[in-house]
Design a protein around this ligand. Sequence first.
Ligand code: MTE
Ligand code: MO
Length: 376
Amino acid sequence: MPDWTKKPGAPILTHPYGQPSAFEKKVVRRTATQLRSGQGSTLTPLASLRGIITPGGLHFERHHGGVPDIDPTRHSLMVHGLVDRSMQFSLDDLHRLPSVSRIHFIECSGNTGSEWTKATRTDVQGTHGLLSCSEWTGVPLSILLAETGFARDARWILAEGADGAAMSRSIPLAKALDDVIVAYAQNGEAIRPEQGYPLRLICPGYEGNTHIKWLRRLKLGRYPFYTREETSKYTDLMPDGKARAFSLTMGVKSVIVRPSGGMKLSSRGLLEINGLAWSGHGKITRVDVSTDGGRTWTNARLDGMVLRKCLTKFTLPWVWNGESSILQSRAFDDSGNIQETRQTLHNRYGDNLYYHNNAIQSWSVSESGDVSNVFI
Ligand SMILES: Nc1nc2c(c(=O)[nH]1)N[C@H]1C(S)=C(S)[C@@H](COP(=O)(O)O)O[C@H]1N2
Ligand SMILES: [Mo]
């Protein structure tokens, strides 16, 4: 009989805010390699997570000016510009308004950017870790805009953060009226400081950069505001030298998280392939898995909830017979989009791209069972 059965365990309230088991301390965020002063990002350990929800403490982070320490009693949201009535909302005001809770992914458009022209990172935390999924609770932006009213020719909204970077992006008014949320809670608790405490914008399916954290201001206008983050950054350079701007919706994408780069298959025989699929356009309808580098494909099972603009879990049983194999997955969504190969995307968009890489990811399994990132 083990020790822990023979005596009482730790007293109640040892941890007023619960923590993971000490045996799980390797399951942590880690920094991406490109770090510059005053800004940076951390990656979610996708290979160690089960299901579709990212625990608050493991949500990836992307900060352009660090994490501000905001006193919610001194924070408010101003809505102004082409509105009938400028209004300022305190947190208390927002808590009184009708709320929604929705499960959505956030993916930085730089996610997988390192993998466009060669296999760079060793594991799925490195290749795909700028991706997380939470239940977000807050007030639909359409409700705030019904309070302020807006001019008939208003078309865009500038959203601005209260951080040192005062990060700002233009959001189409049509999107704001559709499904954007002014969120104050994440997975049942107040939004974490790293995720935008006390208020952030959730723009379901849009690139991560538009989900303005530490949100303090929304300004309505006729045109996009052409901020730094939608002109010099977060645009896609095309082969003819022109840059595509406002490429806001994240494409259909999937990745196998188990087995994935850096793992070792311990023995031959039956195992379950696990992965995640998502699309900024809507719902995942189907995921195929290949174990022979894309020559043949098998339908994976979509497990659990299949929600729009949300991570979807897929599984496939596989018998590894000890041969070298190439594992791939490709996702389909309800807008008719199919996840494509790198080659197809390169032929279409050229070699200048960094953002919005939603190509099929390949993991190679060697005869010794070592799994690694390969460029196909
Ligand atoms: N105010 C503000 N909002 C921001 C950012 C920021 O630096 N400041 N980073 C953006 C980027 S580039 C991304 S990908 C997401 C990341 O959200 P997360 O840190 O909660 O994962 O927030 C966006 N919102
Ligand atoms: Mo981002």
